[in-house]
Design a protein around this ligand. Structure first.
Ligand code: PMT
Length: 405
């Protein structure tokens, strides 16, 4: 994963949300990143350096004039080691300093000397956030390439409702991952990912669906974003949070997914088809709830559009988009033979064959066991997290572009 081995400098400034930065520090360390925490004096009034030091297992820097063993200047040392500088929470005061090049404490001096990507997670009162001075400062920083995540809407420290809350840790992690991967193997590429199980309405209260949770597709969307791609995620209903930096296009039925995918593909280089799309839908959708009768009920089903087959038809034209198409095969028997048949029939570049009969692989779980099959090779992968499998699939996609170059 992209955070493994990354050096993150985490700036914490003086807002009530400062305590939430402890969770961010912890999640970064759990993901394998090295974290150096820099706190402003104001931040230490809200949370002490101790939890950061305990979690990061590194000294926390607060005082600009502390003496370092190797006599380097602290702000230079920190700014040069950072792969990403993230400031969470970022107060209006610190945002103003960064926008104007003020360097009057260790954090603002580090930011000024740092050439690594900057991620800001603002948190403040709603009226402060809406103030033209803050909005102008944020716009200046965005113009210079900063990633700004949030603030979110909801209940603020004052008890009022509004925009100003620090966003959830998962969103800040997403922004850090996107910033880290911005020059990755798919930088400049556009990727369409499908996820979840389509729902085919029967009447106003019922539908035909399947057990797809969307986890595989969402992991792919994150992995593609982490490799620097612009990502459109065409998703059937799921309980999952939209990953930071990914454009969500929600759909319900196979027909809606087909129309949305085909239109998104006009701009795309890659299609990753992880969704479990219904092959059949009720031939008639009742306008009223179907009432229970005394006997059985027979349903008549009609075929849906095969999205990958429609894409294959388009790709028969020279130079048609997308350049790379990856399908999935969810199989319970003859897994490899059935997958190979789909690879050829749907004219795919790669197919991910997953045995969905095992309880730790396939639908709704966090792990998957897959074989990646292309025209020449078969790569048998062990059980792994869907995040790791997604990263492997993205590596294969990137190498397809490399080979064609
Ligand atoms: O969402 P999760 O809970 O994480 O589960 C992940 C998963 C098991 C759903 C995923 O790993 C997976 O295997 N997705 C494909 C499921 C599927 O529909 O497989 P299939 O063998 O029926 O279809 C083959 C390919 O054709 C798939 O890429 C599918 O998206 C595509 N298809 C299917 C039907 C259709 N009408 N149009 C299509 O394009």
């Amino acid at each position: 994963m992209i955070l493994q081995g990354a050096d993150i400098v985490l700036g914490v400034t003086g807002g009530i949300a400062a305590y939430k930065a402890v969770d961010l520090c912890s999640k970064l360390v759990q993901a394998g990143a090295g974290v150096d925490v820099v706190m402003t004096d104001a931040a230490t009034h809200f949370v002490t350096p101790l939890p950061f030091q305990t979690i990061s297992k590194r000294p926390v820097s607060v005082d600009q004039f502390r003496l370092l063993r190797d006599m380097d200047m602290a702000h230079i040392e920190l700014s040069k080691k950072a792969d990403v500088l993230v400031i969470a929470p970022a107060t209006a005061n610190t945002i103003a300093k960064l926008a104007n090049g003020v360097a009057d404490n260790l954090l603002s001096s580090t930011a000024l000397a740092c050439t690594a990507p900057l991620v800001l997670a603002p948190a403040m009162d709603a009226d402060m956030w809406a103030h033209p001075a803050v909005q102008r400062n944020v716009a200046v920083l965005v113009e210079r390439g900063a990633w700004v995540v949030g603030p979110g809407e909801g209940r603020l420290a004052s008890g009022r409702m509004g925009r100003g809350r620090l966003v959830d840790t998962s969103q800040i992690l997403g922004a850090i991952r996107q910033a880290l991967g911005s020059r990755g193997a798919l930088a400049g590429r556009s990727v369409v990912v499908t996820a979840g199980g389509t729902q085919e309405p029967l009447d106003p209260v019922r539908y035909l669906g399947n057990r797809s949770s969307g986890k595989m597709g969402y992991a792919l969307a994150e992995a593609a974003r982490d490799a620097g791609a612009r990502v459109v995620l065409v998703s059937a209903p799921t309980a999952l949070e939209t990953p930071f930096g990914v454009e969500l296009r929600p759909v319900q039925t196979a027909a809606e997914m087909a129309a949305t995918v085909l239109s998104a593909l006009e701009q795309a280089d890659v299609l990753l088809m992880a969704a479990a799309v219904a092959d059949y839908r009720p031939a008639e959708v009742s306008l009223q709830k179907i009432k229970k009768g005394s006997g059985d009920l027979a349903l008549s089903l009609a075929r849906t559009t095969d999205i990958l087959a429609a894409v294959a038809e388009r790709r028969a034209q020279p130079d048609a988009r997308p350049g790379v198409v990856v399908g999935f095969a969810a199989e319970t028997e003859h897994v490899l033979a059935n997958a190979r048949d789909k690879l050829v029939r749907k004219r795919l570049d790669l197919i991910v064959a997953n045995d969905v009969s095992a309880s730790d692989s396939g639908f709704a779980v966090d792990t998957n066991r897959a074989t990646l099959i292309d025209q020449e090779t078969e790569e048998n992968l062990p059980l792994m997290s869907k995040a790791d499998l997604a990263a492997r699939i993205i590596q294969r996609v990137a190498s397809l572009f490399e080979v064609r170059r």
